[in-house]
Structure formats: C-alpha cells, structure tokens
Write a protein that binds this ligand. Structure first.
Ligand code: HH2
Length: 268
C-alpha cells in the first residue's frame, strides 16, 4: 500500500475548500513547494474551480493564473495541469507540466487528446456526467460502478484512438462529480472492480462534500473523513491519491501500511 500523493494547488478565488488562499502566484508556489516537501510526488495545479455550480473561467484568465505557477513548480517537481481547455493544457506543457488532468476526460475539448499524444504527456481521465453547472441535478445510474467503468473504458478507447499511449493513461471515477452520497460511498467501497480496467486509479476524495453529508461537518473539519477515505482507497488498490493535506495523508498511509504490511493494496 504505497500510493503516490498528488497535492492540490488551486490558483482560484472560489475552490470549495481553499478558494482565494493561493490566488497570488507566489503564495501558490510556496504552497506547492510545501506539499512537495510533505511527500507529494505530483503537484496538480488548477486555475478553474469544478465545484458543483461553478461558472467557467475565461481561458485568458485561467492561463494567467496557472502559467507562472506551473513554470515555477515544474523546475523541482512533477506537475499536472488540472484543466479541460486545450490552450491551457498546451501552455502548461510548454511551461514544464508533464501530465494533463482533465475532469471532462477530453469531452469538452477533444483536441487535448492529440496534444497529449504528440507531447507524450501523462493523462488523467475522470468520470463526470454533464458539466459542473448541471452534474448534481438528480444523478442516476443503473449500477454506478458498472456505468463509471464503461464510461472510463470508452474515454480510454477515444484517447488511444487519438494516439495517446495506453500506458500513459490514469483513470479516476470522479468522487463528488454527478453522484449522490450513496454513489460516492459505493464507488469507494467497490473501487477494486475498477482495477479490471487495467490502468492506475486516481482518487480525489479529499475534503469533499460527501464527508459532510455523512456527519454534517463543514469543509474545514473534514480531515478525519479525508484520511479514512484515503486509507481505504489505498487498501482497495488506488494508485494515486489527490489530496489537500499531504503531510497528514502520508502519515496515515505510513501507519496503515505498517499495520497491514506492504502487500495490502497496490502501487502505480
Ligand atoms: N476533484 C477536484 C478537481 N479536480 N481531478 C481529478 N482527477 N479527480 C478529482 O477528484 C478532482 C479533480 C475538485 O477538488 P478541488 O480542486 O479541491 O476543488 P475545486 O474544483 O473547487 O477547485
């Protein structure tokens, strides 16, 4: 049980848990450097909130936010760019990012697939039905795990068809994106079934609202729920955990794996 930690660097005024804290490029870079020291092996830089109901950010503004931060961090760390816009992905790869994390799995801007293929970038394809403005309007599935699995298999097929090497693709069921509380819990409980897709799994459960739906906690009080989710996801075989609280997650995983032994779960 030794997943990689992907530390969240949100350069936004409105992210659900830390909006506005790192809007200044200097503060965002300092935060990313701290997350790397704390044990993040990937820094995920984003300039647009995807929280439910969020408005889209203008491309020029998103570029202005993330460009200098990617450039500064990429000198010392592996950087992923959290975007669904082609121009932002391209500028970030030019600035030194090596992974594109697209929460729309190339649905918003299919041209990102060809860009990633050409640049031999890593790719994270995430499940989200619709877009952040509409995704929480009464989400329904036949069987949430089977439906997410089929969606991810389809998006992976598209990416490979556009020339992305399969071994560069990571998959993410999109905890909190177009899902009810029960959908999120079931995906985490049955995560092992997604391993049948044969690619590393990324899980982003950190501070998300499903935790608050269980116990009523406010976003700043969800560290315990985030750690429980991280440890259980790792035990079920998650390969990459996208988290805000890197030091705390690293400690929780270290102790869990000391107890369970390194054979529990798997690693990317
Ligand atoms: N979650 C968020 C953003 N990007 N990317 C992947 N691959 N998986 C996730 O679960 C995921 C993601 C939402 O979290 P955050 O960035 O903290 O908030 P916001 O979107 O409000 O900026």
């Amino acid at each position: 049980m030794n997943p990689k930690l992907m530390g969240v660097v949100n350069v936004t005024p409105d992210s659900f848990s830390d909006g506005g804290r790192y809007l200044d490029a200097g503060a965002a870079v300092a935060h990313g450097e701290k997350l790397a020291r704390d044990g993040a092996s990937i820094l995920d830089v984003g300039g647009e909130s995807t929280r439910p109901g969020a408005e889209e950010v203008d491309q020029a503004e998103e570029l202005r936010r993330v460009g200098p931060v990617v450039e500064a961090l990429a000198g010392g760390a592996t950087v992923s760019i959290d975007t669904s816009k082609l121009a932002v992905a391209e500028a970030a790869l030019n600035a030194g990012a090596s992974i594109v994390n697209d929460v729309t799995a190339f649905q918003r801007d299919p041209g990102i697939a060809g860009l990633c293929a050409e640049r031999e970038a890593g790719v994270v394809l995430m499940h989200m039905p619709g877009d952040p403005r509409t995704m929480q309007d009464d989400p329904r599935y036949e069987d949430v795990v089977d439906d997410v699995k089929a969606f991810l298999a389809g998006r992976m097929e598209f990416a490979v068809g556009e020339g992305v090497a399969e071994e560069r693709i990571w998959l993410d069921p999109g905890i909190g994106f177009g899902k009810t509380l029960e959908h999120n819990l079931e995906l985490l409980r049955r995560l092992g079934e997604l391993r049948e897709l044969g690619r590393p799994l990324v899980i982003g459960a950190s501070r998300k609202s499903f935790i608050g739906r269980v116990d009523g906690s406010a976003v700043e009080d969800r560290i315990g729920g985030s750690l429980a989710s991280a440890v259980l996801a790792a035990a079920e075989g998650a390969d990459v955990l996208r988290v805000h609280d890197v030091a705390e997650t690293a400690q929780a995983l270290l102790i869990a794996s000391a107890i369970l032994g390194p054979a529990a779960g798997s690693s990317a």
